[in-house]
Design a binder for this molecule. Structure first.
Ligand code: NAI
Length: 296
């Protein structure tokens, strides 16, 4: 199956952590990219941030100055959904909320070409439910990147009930052309990675809640003894507690309240306090400027 042509326009919706990374990956692969966010100015700001990130790679000798300039030149902020009408592939990376995402997909169906692929970067929501209610649910598919998208190789290609195999194969080939290692999966709550990761987070949170040890000790153990790249607390600080809590709730609800997936009150408290992790400067650790090192 052929991947998307490298000059095909890719639209990315949501200029947050994931949208920024996905836009960068698509632009590096040669696509003209339109980035849209409903916060005015956010898309342009994110593109400036990508330019700075690429600048650091140039300084380290990991990227040529020309490649940086070419990549950034392919990234365009869009100020409305109408400006995405000529995209061949739209990847949405907005808030993890079924109704909000469904509303967006309905709007996209009205505005995009009939053969435009509507992909969602959702971490856990049902692709079947996201597609339901559209006139053409067969154009919807999950394309689930991991954080940070430019560095993480895995991409889950998630098929809902209406997704044709040919579309899944096409996105699989596209992810490969973008230098990623895709995997096919059917739409189950949390798909593969977020499903197996739930107990990792849940048991770490229970240990913390029961006072077994502090976050830094638990993280160090998971890293140094368990061989994980990051412990549960530093990882959820990176993911963002708003996102991770929404994912936990969605998997818990989807499995009819199975205790294994029960959200933790610690997560809810962090979200209520606006301590969303790295992106807000505080989570389990403190990332405030001037902090000598993140504090538990
Ligand atoms: P984020 O909070 O960093 O960014 C979300 C962006 O979407 C914000 O800039 C917000 O202004 C924008 N937005 C919200 N509603 C919108 C709408 N209706 N129209 C246009 N823009 C809108 O969130 P993040 O972390 O980038 O997550 C986005 C999606 O990616 C979620 O579905 C999440 O589950 C998924 N995801 C998150 C990962 C993570 O580690 N944070 C990993 C993989 C997937």
């Amino acid at each position: 199956m052929h991947p998307l042509a490298s000059n095909a326009i890719v639209a990315v919706i949501g200029a947050g952590a994931m949208g920024a990374g996905i836009a960068q990956v698509a632009a590096r692969a040669g696509h003209p990219v339109r980035l849209y966010d409903n916060r005015p100015g956010a898309a342009a700001q994110t593109i400036e941030g990508i330019d700075r990130q690429l600048g650091k790679l140039v300084e380290k000798g990991k990227l040529g100055a020309e490649a940086r300039a070419d990549t950034v030149a392919r990234l365009q902020p869009a100020d409305s959904l109408e400006a995405l009408a000529d995209a061949a592939l739209v990847i949405e990376a907005i808030v993890e909320n079924l109704e909000v995402k469904r509303g967006l997909l309905r709007q996209l169906e009205e505005r995009c070409a009939a053969d435009c692929i509507l992909a969602s970067n959702t971490s856990s929501l049902s692709i079947t439910s996201l597609a339901a209610g559209l006139r053409h649910p067969e154009r919807v598919i999950g394309m689930h990147f991991f954080n940070p998208a430019p560095l993480m190789a895995l991409v889950e290609i998630v098929s809902g009930l209406a997704t044709p195999r040919a579309l899944a194969e096409r996105l699989y080939a596209t992810a490969q052309a973008w230098g990623k290692q895709p995997v096919h999966t059917r739409s189950t709550p949390g798909f593969i990675v977020n499903r197996v990761a739930r107990p990792f987070y849940a048991e770490s949170l229970r240990l913390r809640q029961e006072g077994a040890a502090d976050c830094a000790t638990l993280d160090a153990l998971l890293r140094d003894v368990g061989g994980f790249r990051m412990g549960a607390f530093e990882l959820t600080d990176l993911i963002g507690h708003d996102v991770n809590y929404a994912v936990t709730r969605s998997v818990f609800d989807a499995y009819y309240g199975d205790f294994r997936f029960q959200p933790s009150l610690i997560q809810k408290e962090l979200v209520d306090a606006g301590r969303l992790g790295r992106k807000s400067g505080h989570g389990f650790y403190d990332y405030a400027e001037g902090a000598e090192r993140p504090q538990p």
